[in-house]
Design a protein around this ligand. Structure first.
Ligand code: SAM
Length: 281
């Protein structure tokens, strides 16, 4: 039985999802509610720039029926998306990534031994079942690339971006580099992926570049950020406004941190979401 807060945050016990650093699986109902409020229809398209665990795009496709285009730079993320879309040969790769994280945490060592075969088999089963129970899955598209290289060639109805943000103090989020680079080695990935985490200065430029490019090409542009990250809303909001990006919706959902990152830093974790009207409206 899945429990929800009134604002649609998934509490335990919640449906299983693959482990992924920064995954938003518990915010899925919150995002679905936002899209419904914006009038999303099955004939619409939904793009996700940094899909990570694919929890958001997958459920937008499965539960709302939109055609999705989910992109990420990482091999593990790509394997998850491909396996869910029905490319069964990718299930083993995605399951291996999930099992490594389950056994060693997000900072998987480069020399970590192969995880327990039962853990791998458990994740293969999960991916197959999840894929088989989504009747819309033929309308999922999985991409792998740098968001700023791909975005100029995209256009559609909705676009959603949850960057690999730096920590609130401006330091790097090393877990993404490990999930990106070290995990790629474990998964036998042949693509050369150089994860470059944005500095606190760079991320502010990236946000504006995203908004500039996306608002020209989409009807609605969504930006998601979290209270554990830089820039904080006090820095981000005036920065966007000064560049002419004023959201039509600005909302936040606070939940006990133990339900999300459980880093022991702050008692409360807040998800911030901003919606901008696109010029393609
Ligand atoms: C905060 S996570 C996204 C989590 C996602 N919202 C979820 O629910 O799982 C950020 C993601 O950005 C990806 N990433 C980092 N740099 C990127 C780039 N230049 N282009 C595309 N994806 C990138 C990382 O691999 C990581 O999966």
């Amino acid at each position: 039985m899945t429990e929800l807060t009134p604002s649609g945050f998934l509490l335990e016990p919640s449906p299983t999802w693959l482990p992924y650093f920064g995954n938003q699986r518990r915010f899925v109902p919150y995002v679905l509610e936002l899209l419904q409020g914006l009038g999303a229809r099955p004939s619409d398209t939904f793009y996700e720039t940094n899909a990570g665990s694919h929890a958001i795009s997958w459920h937008v496709n499965k539960l709302l029926g939109l055609t999705t285009f989910a992109n990420d730079l990482g091999a593990y993320s790509y394997a998850i998306g491909s396996a869910l879309s029905g490319f069964d040969r990718d299930s083993r790769t995605a399951a291996l990534g999930a099992a490594l994280i389950e056994e060693y945490g997000y900072l998987v060592p480069a020399d970590a031994p192969t995880p327990n075969s039962e853990t791998i088999a458990k994740w293969i089963r999960f991916l197959r079942e999840e894929s088989a129970t989504n009747e819309n899955r033929r309308r999922t598209n999985v991409l792998r690339g740098d968001l700023f290289e791909l975005l100029p060639s995209w256009s559609g109805d909705f676009i959603y971006c949850d960057f690999a943000w730096p920590w609130k103090d401006g330091s790097f989020t090393e877990e993404y580099e490990v999930t990106g680079d070290t995990l790629s080695l474990h998964l036998g990935d042949e693509t050369e992926t150089q994860f470059r985490m944005a500095s606190s200065r760079r991320i502010l430029q990236d946000v504006l570049e995203y908004l500039d490019l996306a608002r020209e090409r989409f009807r609605f542009v969504i930006l998601s950020n979290q209270s554990s990250n830089y820039p904080t809303p006090e820095v981000l909001e005036p920065h966007m406004r000064a560049a002419g990006h004023v959201p039509i919706i600005s909302r936040r959902l606070s939940v006990p941190a133990e339900y999300v990152d459980d880093l022991g830093k702050d008692p409360v974790f807040t998800e911030y979401q901003y919606v901008f009207e696109g010029r393609a409206a």
